[in-house]
Write a new protein. Structure first.
Ligand SMILES: CC(C)(COP(=O)(O)OP(=O)(O)OC[C@H]1O[C@@H](n2cnc3c(N)ncnc32)[C@H](O)[C@@H]1OP(=O)(O)O)[C@@H](O)C(=O)NCCC(=O)NCCS
Length: 281
């Protein structure tokens, strides 16, 4: 039997024994009811503690976070599953100017090889997850890569800790599920005011393309979309959230409980820029 079932059974058994005690006035039945209740409460506490410990352990290693995020991101965008490479992953993005993208940590040995590989690959991007963007940018310059402006943030959260924001009045939301991909669309009349999606892969949920139309911003729609996505992802079994936030998105996510784990800086080979203004979020 699954643990949640066992715990539910414990409460039912305690109530059952207490009822028997009431009818028979047998102190043994009361004693047993109290013992079962205490054991059930302790069992539930222990199970919650174990879940929290394993969730924390799954959220520590940056290289692991990068590959888990990339897997969900690729799934959300319909790219092939990323291939593991030394230092990170290789993603077949397949967009003009961004055929292939490496996403890696800033480990010096592997980064040295990746900047060379990216430089020698037409229409390639290299994204580096780092706690020190100023330490990474010289690598781009030296290799002749063109750095993209600004930086993004790799963020994570335990989904149970995510804040809930209600949908403001006058809007309605649709939640669609397609395999592991959950999409939320917020409309006013027939017009789309905001949308977003989240890919659920095992215990991970990776949010992507969270967007509010400019005329509907700062009314709480972004927070409501995230809340609906996270609720649906938890229903689907996810426990950990991951995303890469744009500079505009980061304050929204921080306000909902997400934590920045590292910055993400990216560069591309010196081919004309044709698309991909939306980077990773
Ligand atoms: C980032 C983005 C999705 C936020 O959407 P949004 O609908 O404006 O989000 P919310 O309204 O829920 O919250 C945004 C801000 O408005 C504030 N806000 C929420 N309700 C409000 C209200 N009724 N009145 C005024 N401000 C409000 C929030 O506190 C938050 O403020 P902060 O940024 O100072 O913390 C939107 O700006 C956007 O689409 N940007 C372009 C695409 C993008 O970068 N997406 C993120 C990809 S990772």
């Amino acid at each position: 039997m699954e643990a949640p079932g066992r715990i539910w059974f414990g409460y039912v058994a305690a109530v059952g024994l207490a009822v028997i005690g009431l009818f028979t006035l047998d102190p043994l039945a009361f004693g047993l009811a109290v013992a079962v209740l205490v054991a059930t409460v302790l069992g539930e506490w222990y199970r919650g503690r174990q879940a929290a410990l394993s969730a924390a352990a799954a959220d520590t290693d940056l290289a692991d976070l990068v590959s888990r995020w990339a897997r969900g991101w690729a799934y959300a965008r319909g790219f092939p599953r990323p291939a593991a490479v030394p230092g990170g992953v290789r993603v077949e993005v397949g967009e003009p100017g961004r055929r292939v993208e490496w996403v890696a940590t800033d480990d010096a040995d592997t980064l040295a090889k990746l900047v060379d590989t990216a430089r020698d690959t037409p229409e390639a991007w290299l994204s580096v997850v780092t706690e020190s963007p100023p330490g990474v940018r010289p690598w781009f310059v030296e290799a002749g890569l063109v750095a993209n402006d600004g930086e993004e943030a790799l963020m994570s959260i335990q989904l149970a800790d995510h804040a809930f924001r209600r949908l403001p009045e006058g809007y309605r939301a649709e939640v669609d599920r397609d395999g592991g991909l959950i999409t939320v669309t917020v409309r006013v009349g027939e017009d789309v005011a905001a949308r977003g999606r989240i890919a659920v892969i095992g215990a991970d949920a990776v949010a992507d393309r969270i967007q509010t139309e400019p005329e509907h911003r700062r009314r709480g729609l972004g927070g409501a979309v995230m809340s609906l996505l996270v609720s649906a992802a938890r229903e689907a079994g996810a426990m950990h959230g991951l995303l890469v936030a744009s500079e505009m998105g980061e304050p929204l996510y921080t306000g909902l409980g997400w934590r920045a784990r590292a910055r993400l800086v990216s560069a591309r080979t010196a081919t004309p820029r044709t698309s991909a203004e939306s980077r990773h979020g």
